[in-house]
Design a protein around this ligand. Sequence first.
Ligand code: APR
Ligand code: PHB
Length: 390
Amino acid sequence: MSRTQVAIVGAGPAGLLLGALLGRAGIDNVIIERSSAQHVLSRIRAGVLEQGTVDLLDQVGCAGRLHREGLVHHGIDLAFDGALHRVDLSRFSGGRSVTVYGQTEVTRDLMQARAASGQRTIYEASGVALHDLDAAPRLTFTADGVGHELRCDFVAGCDGYHGVSRESVPASALHVFERSYPFGWLGLLADVPPANDELIYSRHPRGFALCSMRSPSRSRYYLQVPGSDTAAAWSDDAFWDELRRRLPEPAADRVVTGPALEKSVAQLRSVVVEPLRFGRLFLCGDAGHIVPPTGAKGLNLAASDVHYLAEGLRQHYAAGSGEGLEAYSARALARVWKAERFSWWMTATLHRFPEAGDFAERLQIAELDYLVHSEAALGVLAENYVGLPF
Ligand code: APR
Ligand code: PHB
């Protein structure tokens, strides 16, 4: 295996979806992934898909199980001051909705489709290095103890926040914008029925809580915790007790507890790398940007990035036009920054910032009280949550 048209680094949602889009366009591509397929699937991630993401999965023929098992949601609940306030997403977004379907399942569906398509995926590749990104890109790596070189026309860096692609760009060629938050999310997955039909985002003096789900019998919950907290510091009982404290009574009474299938702490941060292109390397998804999970935008931004890049590559190979590739970075970043703004706003409004003082706490309540009583404000929330146009 010495040559392909597009080398894709990373077999997460960005890399797999890009590979599927390119495959549909007849563009040869190889995915180089450092972990095993099993390890990639072992990661528990968010689970809210925008309509644009669902449409892309439909486009590549990978949405069958999603349509069978995904939960279409037309609203979310905001909880504050002891009450639940339903936000009618569909009413305030021109009829649009979101689909609750775990990212792990999206990845599984894409992986299985890729394996069936015969497209090349190298798992457990080590020492992946990118070379000559300006002119004639090359990847070198070791797989099954053998050294490989893969020549290509373009490289898609879909290798996440800790990947090699962004690190392969000279620091002087990039500007990294970053904002960190003084807390993390402790997530718990359990085979218990959800406490609510729709997601609950709860602002509480003790800290933020989120009630989500994966199916009618599997729930996903999160608690805001200090950034230094570890999952080991939390027993299941302690988690359930704290979750109930942070929910309005009717919702708290509906919480069904059970043993944690998974428990982990994720740090929250906002990061954007500019530009998302360096020569013939294009950064997609978490390799180019990170959002706090509050707005459920991470996977959906990976989808819009690879949609733009696939369009540019199609134009290059089909029409010899470089227009789409030239526009990729600016086009992707325009949508990324709007999602960063929304995710930052959701995080700033719903989380506890003890160092910000009591005036800031009153402003949070005022923001939420205004929001749930203003159709204009609900429209802003709804159109951002269901996803701005690609
Ligand atoms: N070489 C090859 N593969 C690599 C390397 C490397 N040096 N470094 C990382 N990878 C792989 C990782 O093992 C992972 O499978 O790249 C993949 C990146 O996948 P993600 O981190 O899931 O990123 P992305 O595909 O952009 O999806 C973004 O995933 O992390 C969540 O919250 C995030 O929902 C968002 C979504
Ligand atoms: C999840 O179900 O994991 C989830 C849902 C919504 C979010 C974040 C995570 O904003």
